[in-house]
Design a protein around this ligand. Sequence first.
Ligand code: FEO
Length: 397
Amino acid sequence: MKQSKRLTNNVTWVGKVDWELATFHGEEYSTWEGSTYNSYLIRDQKTVLIDTVWLPYAKEYVTNLKDEVDLKSIDAIVILHGEVDHSGALPELMREIPDTPIYCTNNGVKSLKGHYHGDWNFVPVKTGDTLDLGPSKLVFVEAPMLHWPDTMFAYYTGENILFSNDAFGQHLATESLFNDTVDQCELYAQAIKYYANILTPFSRLVKRKIEEVLAMNLPVDLICTSHGVVWRDDPLQIVHKYLEWADDYQENQIAIVFDTMWNGTRRMAEAIAAGIQEADKEVQVKVCHAGKRDKNDIVTEIFKSKAILLGSPTINNRYLSSIGGLVEMVKGLKFQKKKAAAFGSYGWSGESVKLLTDELKACGFEVVHDGFRTTWQPTEEVLEQCRDFGREFVSLL
Ligand code: FEO
């Protein structure tokens, strides 16, 4: 049975839906809704394959591709980005068609050689270079750091299709494939999680690249990403959403992220949340236990927030490891224009609040309060002080 899906007259999806995928980038990114590795076959006067799939599915991919097309009729392969989830089936494929040219950026050549050590027929391309498919062509647009230095887009003039690779994608397994056929809440939850966890550090470049592509005034009937849905219903909706997200996005939300040993810091977190909500009935307050909740979901909540409160008890003169790991992630994501403060309980030395305050500054947050700490379990009086701290924090935003 053919696994492929016809998208348009000339373009067929030949990728893989991975319903089992639970983590991505090793164990770094949770993918509760699975993912897809989207690969596309363009059959114009020439036949071109865009991207492949992840390595574990290489044999299955090549077998399915043979059901769809005579491999020897493929005139060119385009690899928009060398990361293994898109290039993983290349070695298997190149064993069958070793001389087929591979179009990619110069950095793409480096990446593919680094991964596979194959002496293949690379054709490096730059922005504005084209691959003629007949009267129609593929136009290449380099898109460095969206999200790797090797990334590029390709625009198919024959059917007004933008092949955007990771940009505009989401880790969402779907059999129906199009953006208008999936649950919209799930779609946007996965899209914003993808942006928050992968693209945030490159927001300035995202904005500039999108403005550059929009200025070309190209008609876009489909955006074919490398993960998740193909955007066909109002395809530019996700482009405009990316412009919003790239512009130091924030909602009227405050995230309280904490870990706790004996519930003292948890009780503080809950009292602070109550104080915040009393002071501002409109603001969304999210309380996230860093030791129990998924780190990528917490990062997404931080991305959506205008301010963060970070809490931990003191242990070994420092703070709990779940908070330490999260701080490392957040530093790399380079969030902008968010305010913050720290809190926590302690029994003896009590360094955590001072250390977390320093870490918040190192993360690029504007620290608006010296923080709040208390000893042992908070009394009712201290819990009221926590509520005051929440109220005061709101007044400082
Ligand atoms: Fe989907 Fe950057 O790989």
